[in-house]
Every structure is written in structure tokens, then in C-alpha cells.
Design a protein around this ligand. Structure first.
Ligand SMILES: Cc1cc2nc3c(=O)[nH]c(=O)nc-3n(C[C@H](O)[C@H](O)[C@H](O)COP(=O)(O)OP(=O)(O)OC[C@H]3O[C@@H](n4cnc5c(N)ncnc54)[C@H](O)[C@@H]3O)c2cc1C
Length: 593
């Protein structure tokens, strides 16, 4: 029947754009995978790993008490190695490298949550607004020092009264009569690197109306930072408020256009989300190593606990989620690099990043939640020892919690995902309605459903059908019209389905073009898809039941169910295709370098 099957949207009809994974067949397009990293990219990763191992880990106990000098020294050393300037142009002291390298460097620093957050705030959300939106004079003034680690950057968007609702900021800037400076009053909250940064990108409202970015230097008259927050985790990182009391900010420090601060704020958050995913890949691998190490040496009932099925299940799931996260993260980074196409104009870079904003939100939610699950499972493997501070997994558990809160909470990112999909569909940029029409044809004649053959055929079919389940639910949700915006439970269910679809599409697309360690890769895919397809169905069903009139629910569920018919796999058997390799490697078994 395969020859009668048709695609929701054949690859040839679509350029590769953000969100196109929802419509294109699995494996329709090649994308960047870790197996294709260049020698230079691998070298950067190794440099980062070596720096983290020899410098960051060694200093951890010293900066755990917020010793800013230690953090500053580490930033300076990272600068000497070129780890801070990957995204900064060469003319301003950086390296101007691709986003894949930038993500690899982020991943390499995930040996400690406090350090990763300090590093991420400096290199990402702190430095990039100037790199992408600064005037030549601003770039020349700030970037060389930031790329070299002589100065530290911070990004200040949140206020006590406006976190998720960032545009509701109340801090006001008024131009002085002589036009030389702005007088600023108000405050920012929870600013990473707040206590010791030199350069702050701050979002203010000019005349209380026009949301605008400014560069504020430490030492500016009227500008001070508050006390360190006492936090659940990330206790080695600095988090303070910023206080502006008639602070005088020179007029040339306006960053970008007056009234266009939202463009900077939200575009930079997309970068932050992508980088958070890369840090999470590193954090997940670190956590798995902790769990595996403990499981191998801890004995109960006369054997190592690593021999017990329920421990092995956690190890297999973690490895599969890491494989998926890696696949998604570097696929998106590679797609952005391709969209940038070697151009160095910041507006081209920003446009490319914006194009993949759906993927950025997907990865932010998925990576933060999967990392949380992995750390939780690895802590569970430690039993009572997981609950005491002698073992590093306890700190990781606390450090990790905030990942679901910053860079846009996971609720906000969940709302953004379907919001962007529907918006692009309405603008004709995404073939959502065409795909729904094809799905209706398929449902009328199921011989048209895809019937892949060969390697990982059941998983490929599962992923194709998951796309259809997403579409089926999206079609019903769309009938709500503008009221859909208020139905957050429906939007979140659609977001969750899209997340799983991107994950399955990425993990399969990567595996199908890779021919080393085939059995292990296939097992990782099978384990992930086995759980993922269940989650898609459950979330699509939730969305459907929330919007369909009661008298139609049964019929609609029957149709949705026809997209979910398959023979489940033996999970223990699949698990055993993974766990021996993880135990042998002492962690995630597919190293880059
Ligand atoms: C350690 C740490 C470091 C940080 N670093 C920085 C930094 O460097 N720079 C910076 O600018 N900020 C930073 N933040 C702030 C962070 O970005 C905000 O805390 C975050 O955006 C959430 O805002 P909020 O805390 O005001 O929560 P709120 O916006 O008040 O949200 C509270 C809850 O309501 C939910 N919610 C809000 N609106 C909606 C909605 N429309 N629909 C459904 N649910 C909703 C949220 O998801 C959340 O669960 C940091 C925070 C922490 C804890």
C-alpha cells in the first residue's frame, strides 16, 4: 500500500522553515546532526570541556558562596580561551562562528548550574543585544571587553510587577532638557550577574510609554544594585535587583530604536531559549553520569542496584531523552546557520533566529522538563544519599528548578508554540489548512496513510501518525476562532503534541542517516518513540475533548484513535538495547569527541 500513500506536504513543496517539521515526512530533509560536527566544532567542544573540568569544577566550592572574584577570574580565563566570543564578530574581538559551535560551547559548560547561568547570562542575553543591535560605536566600546572577559554583562528585563508580562514594565526614562541624558527611575528584579556585572542591557519605558533598550554601565550616577537574593538553587550565581533613582544614562546609550525594545527583548530571549537547551543537554549528560556511577557501586540484596529493572528503566529513559535533546538542539542550531547562510549582518542573523522561534520555545520547554525528570530519576537512584548535600545530585536538583521559570516560563512558552503556528498559518506561511485537507482525505481512505518500510518502520509510522494527531486536534481547536486564545488548556495540549512531534522527527531523521552503532541508536529511538507517541495521543485527546461538543466526542475520538493503532513494543527488551552501553561508558554512550 506504500505507493498509494501521500505526504501531508511533500518536502519539495516547502522550503525548510521554522515549524515545517509538522508537515514534512520524517526524514524528508537532512539536517545537522552531532555526527556531522566539523573538526573545528569538536575542538571547541573539547576546549570547553577541558576548561570546565580543570577550572570550573576546581573552583566550585569557592564560587558556591558567591565569591564574585572567582567568577570574574573564571570569566576572564574563558575569554582567553575564546569561549566568550563565539557569537561576536571578529572585528570586535570575537570569533564570529556558527550557532552550532555556540551551542557546543554552552553544552560544555554545564558542569555546574551556577556557572552555566553566569556564563549564559554573560555570553548570551547580556552580550548579544549589543552584538546584534548596537551601533558601530557601541559595539566598539563594549564588545571587545565582553568577548575577552575583561567586563561582565547582564540582561535586565524583569521587574517586581512584570515578569511574564514584560512589556508591563514601569521603570521610566525621561530625556533631559538638553538632550544629553535620560533620567531613570524604577527598578529591575532577579537580574543574573547583577551583583558584579559592568554592563547591563536594561529595558525601560521612555516617558512611561515607549519600551526601549539601554546600555547602563556600573558606576552610573543614581544606579545601584540590591542585595543578593537567597535562592533555592544556583547559590553560586549572582541574582540581584537593580535600583534607579534619578539615574543619569547618556543618550548615546539607547540600544536600537526608541519604542522598539520589544524586538530586542524577545529576539534575544529566543537565543536564550536555544542556549538553555544546549546547557540542558550538558546537564542531562552530567546527571546521567552521576546516576550510573552510583548505581554501579551501590549494592542492595547482594547485587549492584544497576542490575534491577526499575533502575535500568530510568537509565534507558534518560539516555533516550538525551539522544532526543541533542538531536533537536543541534538540528535547530544548524537550521539557523543555514538560514543565516554565512551573512554577518545582524538583521539577517536575527531574522534566522526568529524563523526558528517555534523550535526555540519547544526546546526550552522540552529540555527543562526532561532535564528535571532525569535529575529527579538520578536522585531517586541515590536513595537517601540523593537527599543529602554530600552528593552533587542534591545541588543539581535545586539548581535545575529555575529552568522552568526563566527565559519565559514554561507556561508562556507553551502558549507561544501554538500561537506562532496559527499565526504563521493565517499569514499563509505554513500549510496548516492544506495539511488538514489531506488528512481528511486520508481518513476517508486509510490506504493513503503512510506505510514506511525498512529500518525503524513502526517508529516512523508512529511519528507520521503523531503529526496527524496534532493536526486533527489543531483542526478542532481552530473551530473556536478567537476564543481559542483564552483556552489555555487546549493550547498547552497542542504545544505538548508539537513538542513530541519535533522530538520524534528529529531523533528519527538523525538515526536514519547514521550508520555507526546502529543497534544502540535504534534502541534509543525505539525507547523514546514508544513513550513519546503515547504522550502525543494523550495530549491530542485532551485538546479534542476540551473543544468538541459532547454529542460529537465519541465519533471524533474514534477518528483520532484510528491514527493511533499500533502494536506496543516490549519495553524491557528495548531497554536492554541501551543500558549495557550506558553502563559500559559510565554515562551517555555517544560522545562527540
Ligand atoms: C534565578 C533567577 C534568575 C533570573 N535572571 C533573570 C535575568 O537575568 N534577567 C531578567 O530579566 N529576569 C531574570 N529572571 C526573572 C525571570 O525571567 C522571571 O522570574 C520569569 O520571567 C517569570 O516572571 P515572574 O517571576 O514575574 O512570574 P509571573 O509572571 O508573575 O508568573 C507567575 C506564574 O504565573 C504564570 N503566568 C503568568 N502569566 C501567565 C499567562 N498569561 N498565562 C498562564 N500563566 C501565566 C507563570 O507561568 C508562572 O507560573 C530570573 C529569575 C530567577 C529566579
Amino acid at each position: 500500500m506504500a505507493e498509494q500513500a501521500h505526504d501531508l506536504a511533500p518536502a519539495a513543496e516547502l522550503p525548510d522553515r521554522g515549524g515545517s517539521f509538522l508537515f514534512q515526512p520524517v526524514g524528508a530533509r537532512q539536517f545537522v546532526t552531532p555526527e556531522q560536527f566539523s573538526a573545528e566544532q569538536r575542538q571547541f567542544f573539547r576546549t570547553g570541556v577541558e576548561f570546565a573540568r580543570t577550572e570550573v569544577v576546581q573552583q566550585r566550592e569557592r564560587f558556591a558562596d558567591q565569591d564574585y572574584r572567582v567568577l570574574r577570574d573564571l570569566i576572564a580565563k574563558a575569554g582567553e580561551l575564546g569561549l566568550l566570543g563565539v557569537d561576536v564578530g571578529e572585528e570586535f574581538g570575537g570569533l564570529g562562528l556558527d550557532k552550532v559551535t555556540s551551542m557546543l560551547v554552552a553544552e560544555s559548560q554545564a558542569v555546574d548550574g551556577s556557572w552555566a547561568t553566569t556564563f549564559g547570562a554573560h555570553t548570551g542575553i547580556g552580550t548579544l543585544p549589543i552584538a546584534f543591535f548596537g551601533t558601530p560605536a557601541q559595539k566598539a566600546r563594549y564588545l571587545p571587553d565582553l568577548a575577552a572577559g575583561r567586563k561582565v554583562a547582564a540582561y535586565a528585563l524583569s521587574e517586581a510587577g512584570s515578569g511574564s508580562d514584560a512589556l508591563g514594565a514601569k521603570t521610566v526614562a525621561r530625556l533631559s532638557e538638553d538632550g544629553t541624558h535620560y533620567l531613570v527611575n524604577g527598578g529591575k528584579m532577579w537580574i543574573t550577574n547583577g551583583g558584579f556585572a559592568d554592563v547591563y542591557v536594561v529595558f525601560l519605558k521612555v516617558d512611561g510609554q515607549r519600551f526601549t533598550a539601554f546600555i547602563v554601565e556600573r558606576g552610573t550616577a543614581g544606579f545601584t544594585t540590591g542585595r543578593e537574593e537567597h535562592k533555592l538553587g544556583l547559590r553560586g550565581s549572582s541574582t540581584t535587583s537593580l535600583i534607579f533613582e534619578d539615574a543619569k544614562i547618556p543618550s548615546p546609550n539607547v540600544l536600537g530604536e526608541i519604542g522598539k525594545g520589544h524586538k530586542i527583548a524577545f529576539n534575544i530571549l529566543n537565543v536564550g531559549r536555544l542556549k538553555l537547551a544546549a546547557f540542558a543537554v550538558g546537564g542531562m549528560k552530567w546527571s546521567l553520569r552521576c546516576g550510573v556511577d552510583y548505581a554501579a557501586q551501590r549494592k542492595q540484596f547482594g547485587k549492584a542496584i544497576a542490575q534491577f529493572g526499575l533502575i535500568r528503566e530510568k537509565i534507558a529513559r534518560a539516555a533516550a531523552q538525551i539522544y532526543a535533546s541533542e538531536s533537536m538542539t543541534y538540528r535547530a542550531a544548524g537550521a539557523i546557520d543555514e538560514a543565516i547562510g554565512g551573512r554577518s549582518d545582524p538583521s539577517d542573523v536575527m531574522a534566522a533566529i526568529e524563523e526558528y522561534a517555534i523550535e526555540a520555545s519547544i526546546m526550552k520547554v522540552a529540555s527543562s522538563e526532561w532535564m528535571f525528570q532525569i535529575i529527579d530519576d538520578m536522585l531517586q537512584i541515590h536513595g537517601g544519599n540523593g537527599f543529602v548535600s554530600d552528593y552533587p545530585i542534591e545541588r543539581a536538583y535545586r539548581d535545575n528548578r529555575v529552568n522552568r521559570i526563566f527565559e519565559g516560563t514554561n507556561e508562556i512558552n507553551r502558549l507561544l508554540i501554538p500561537g506562532m503556528i496559527f499565526k504563521r498559518a493565517m499569514k499563509g506561511e505554513m500549510p496548516l489548512m492544506e495539511a488538514v485537507t489531506r488528512l481528511e482525505q486520508e481518513l476517508a481512505d486509510p490506504r493513503h496513510f503512510p506505510a514506511p518500510m525498512g529500518r525503524l518502520a513502526p517508529e516512523r509510522r508512529g511519528a507520521e501518525m503523531a503529526k496527524r494527531q496534532f493536526l486533527f486536534a489543531a483542526k478542532s481547536a481552530a473551530t473556536l476562532g478567537p476564543a481559542l486564545e483564552q483556552r489555555q488548556e487546549v493550547l498547552a495540549a497542542l504545544a505538548d503534541s508539537a513538542i513530541e512531534v519535533y522530538a520524534m522527527d528529529s531523533i528519527l531523521g538523525r538515526t536514519l542517516v547514521t550508520d555507526d552503532r546502529v543497534e544502540l541508536r535504534d534502541a534509543l529511538c525505539r525507547y523514546f518513540c514508544m513513550e513519546s507517541r503515547e504522550r502525543v495521543f494523550q495530549r491530542a485527546r485532551t485538546a479534542l475533548c476540551a473543544v468538541v461538543p459532547p454529542e460529537e466526542v465519541e465519533a471524533q475520538l474514534e477518528q483520532l484513535g484510528s491514527l493511533h493503532r499500533y502494536t506496543p513494543v516490549n519495553s524491557a527488551e528495548v531497554r536492554e538495547g541501551i543500558v549495557p552501553a550506558v553502563l559500559e561508558a559510565g554515562g551517555y554512550p555517544l560522545a562527540y569527541a
